[in-house]
Design a protein around this ligand. Structure first.
Ligand SMILES: *Cc1c(COP(=O)(O)O)cnc(C)c1O
Length: 410
């Protein structure tokens, strides 16, 4: 078992000492000579290889083996969803959700433009039109006050994205969805272990999708999960994930042969990937503590620059608990961000910006449409800077990042 330091970390120095003290004994380092601060250094220990070795020894290399079951049980317990089905990616989980929502050509799905392409693509693949709504200037999440104006007779679903692991205003959103008979599909790619009014993100909408991509908090390289909170959707979800067959029922002995019964594809990962994921879930709390230490450190250091309006820090509503998925700064303008990014790059720090708003991307223009103004989205996408953050990052690295940013900002 890993030892954790005392909770009372009062200063950055204490935090630094504490973070280093909880560094695990054996961190697996494929390349020791890292001259740069990676954008997302995941916390990989000897456990990942041990679990993968065990999966190979088990001899069950296909999907839905022992490790898959363990991961799904963990997610059901921790996220409090009815059922979790792990997938190849969050993208795959969103595609499953679009099939489950019975999206037909011409249907509309309301979503932010300030998101990753998969939020939209999953629905466009079924012929739907993504309808982009602006975001809130504080959380950068879908602006719930602008959703109703975007609803038409063709609207089928709302796909809120919990940006940076900070929950959307889910009570308002669910109320709108219920009144208009819409499905809510949470893009919780960034939201594992975050809460809204004490309820885990991913447990509130009818469906939700998680990501275990290398850039997320818990990583299996590529990976994801579909969370099902509406029991009516479960049976079909299992079928869609198993190439449109009732194979899951067959394995449970509920039917005596399996056959093609519905649409579907191969959305289930090998148990080798599940083994990697399990090793990460085992230490999820520990990874989170390390991420929070770094997030908190950044937040304290940059606090002083907010009053003189040099930058803006992330804003977390009082009833949301975030998961330290991302630390970003909103700088004054595009020119400042470009200059700071160039400086970071020249000093070996891998920082990034995102997103090119979907409504202004070529495919977004072709397949989607905008509802209302996009002022906040356009403004934020010009000014947002993401700093390196990862479970395997050290506070020394974070201090270096901060020194380069402060230097670049003069
Ligand atoms: C990362 C991400 C995805 C895609 O996740 P994959 O697991 O890479 O498919 C989708 N939506 C959002 C908001 C994301 O951040």
């Amino acid at each position: 078992m890993l030892d954790f330091p005392s909770e009372n970390l009062t200063s950055n120095e204490n935090r630094l000492t504490a973070l280093n003290a909880i560094a695990p004994p054996q961190i697996y380092k494929p390349s020791e000579a890292v001259q740069t601060v990676p954008f997302n250094k995941a916390l990989i220990t000897h456990r990942e290889l041990e679990c993968i070795t065990e999966a190979i020894a088990n001899g069950h290399l296909t999907g839905d083996g022992e490790f898959t079951k363990r991961c799904q049980a963990w997610l059901e317990q921790q996220v409090g969803c009815q059922t979790a089905l792990i997938t190849h990616s969050c993208t795959a989980a969103l595609e499953m959700a679009a099939i489950l929502a019975d999206i037909q050509p011409g249907d509309e799905v309301i979503m932010p433009s300030y998101t990753f392409v998969s939020t939209a693509n999953a629905f466009v693949l079924r012929g739907a039109v993504p309808v982009f709504v602006d975001i809130r200037p504080d959380t950068l999440n879908l602006d719930e006050t602008k959703i109703e104006a975007a609803i038409t007779s063709k609207t089928k679903a709302i796909a809120p994205v919990h940006y940076a692991g900070v929950s959307c205003e889910m009570d308002t959103l669910m109320d709108i969805a219920n009144r208009h008979n819409l499905l809510v599909i949470e893009d919780a790619a960034q939201g594992i272990m975050s809460t809204y009014k004490g309820r885990p993100v991913g447990s509130i909408g009818h469906l939700a999708a998680l990501s275990f991509h290398q850039t997320k908090n818990i990583v299996s390289g590529e990976g994801g999960a579909l969370l099902i909170n509406d029991p009516k959707l479960l049976e079909r979800a299992e079928i869609i994930r198993e190439k449109g067959t009732n194979r899951s029922k067959f394995f449970r002995g509920e039917v005596d042969k399996y056959t093609w019964v519905d649409l579907g594809s191969s959305y289930l990962p090998s148990d080798l990937i599940a083994a990697m994921l399990w090793a990460q879930l085992e230490k999820a709390e520990y990874i989170q503590r390390r991420r929070h230490s770094i997030w908190q450190y950044y937040d304290e250091v940059f606090a002083d620059l907010e009053a003189p309006q040099i930058l803006q820090r992330p804003s977390i509503p009082g009833d949301c608990q975030h998961n330290a998925h991302m630390y970003y700064l909103l700088l004054q303008n595009l020119a400042t961000r470009t200059a700071v990014l160039a400086e970071l790059k020249s000093k070996g720090v891998q920082a990034t910006f995102h997103y090119v708003p979907l409504h202004s991307a070529p495919a977004g223009k072709k397949y989607g449409r905008v509802s209302g103004g996009m002022e906040v989205t356009d403004d934020v996408s010009d000014r947002l800077l993401r700093l390196p953050l990862g479970g395997g990052m050290t506070l020394k690295e974070a201090e270096y990042v901060v020194s380069v940013v402060l230097n670049a900002l003069g």
